[in-house]
Design a protein around this ligand. Structure first.
Ligand code: GLU
Length: 297
């Protein structure tokens, strides 16, 4: 039996919904609906220090005003700390984790390329800095290539040991990292397909590796090009990235950016009319196989 399609959009509540996040929302929504699948909304609010007050509510309201309709209730990461801890315990029992006491400065001094040199790895004879100060927890990565086929960008391979190194899954300020938390979230929500921005392509092998170690299924991935300013700035990095306008021309502009052959805004009677048309014509293979695309902003 064909597996049911379950997609999601997972904004971090660190500001208003801008055009860059609208693209990820639209691509994941349209791909899910074009497959008669479900589409869920998750608020990635695990890093409470970075949460901008009221931004989750703003994002939710903006999505509603743009005509998005999600299934089930909204998932908040901050309500799942116990689940992340369980995952950490599993990795710990498998002897895959170790505490790391290194400061950023020490790592910089010990590594020529910025990759963590494994100083605190058990059995490493290097001069370790230990003590009773706070530590992060890293996961050991194997010295072999990890590959997957991205539905838009094609084959992608990463040598985790050389390109990433043992990475942090629990920070010294006691926050579970993005990599670990979202792997648990996707599993708990039975997500099958991920459509998101190209900036997360190189995180995917880490997430697949964690899925493998936790015994979770591997998902299907598609990474859309990033919208950048003529100065090559990612919109989310702009201190004043403008909130999207909640109107048909904005939706039509986003669909064009995603390579879809959509009619001009005046052809649609309503937002619902636009969405239905987009679901009918949506083809992931039309999304440009590019890392980024400039937009006038
Ligand atoms: N919350 C992440 C962000 O806003 C996205 C997570 C994801 O799609 O994997 O960048």
């Amino acid at each position: 039996m064909e597996q049911t399609y379950r997609g999601r959009f997972a904004p971090s509540p660190s500001g208003e919904l801008h055009f860059g996040s609208l693209l990820a929302a639209m691509a994941s929504y349209a791909d899910a609906r074009a497959h008669n699948g479900q589409w869920l909304l998750r608020i990635d609010d695990i890093d409470q220090a970075r949460v901008v007050p009221d931004s989750a509510e703003h994002i939710i309201r903006t999505l509603e005003q743009l005509g998005f309709e999600w299934d089930e209730s909204i998932y908040y990461q901050s309500r799942h700390i116990r689940d992340y801890r369980k995952a950490l315990d599993i990795l710990h029992k498998k002897n895959l984790t170790y505490p790391c006491f290194c400061s950023r400065k020490q790592i910089k001094n010990r590594s020529s390329n910025g990759i963590y040199p494994g100083t605190c790895r058990p059995n490493n004879q290097a001069d370790k800095t230990t003590g009773d100060k706070e530590c992060a927890i890293r996961i050991k990565v194997p010295d072999k290539a990890l590959s997957f086929k991205d539905q838009i960008q094609g084959d992608y391979t990463q040598q985790l040991a050389q390109e990433v190194g043992d990475f942090i899954i629990y920070r010294r300020d006691k926050v579970f990292t993005y990599q670990l938390s979202i792997v648990v979230d996707e599993y708990l929500s039975h997500i099958t397909h991920i459509v998101r921005g190209h900036d997360l392509l190189d995180s995917t092998p880490r997430q697949i590796y964690l899925q493998q170690q936790l015994g979770f299924p591997t998902l299907v991935y598609a990474h859309i090009p990033l919208a950048v300013t003529p100065q090559q700035l990612k919109l989310s990095k702009l201190s004043r990235a403008r909130k999207v306008r909640c109107d048909l021309p904005t939706l039509v502009q986003a669909a064009h950016f995603l390579g879809q052959e959509i009619a001009p805004a005046h052809n649609y009677q309503s937002l619902q009319d636009f969405w239905q048309h987009l679901f009918d014509i949506w083809q992931l293979k039309r999304v440009p196989k590019m890392e980024k695309i400039e937009i006038m902003y």
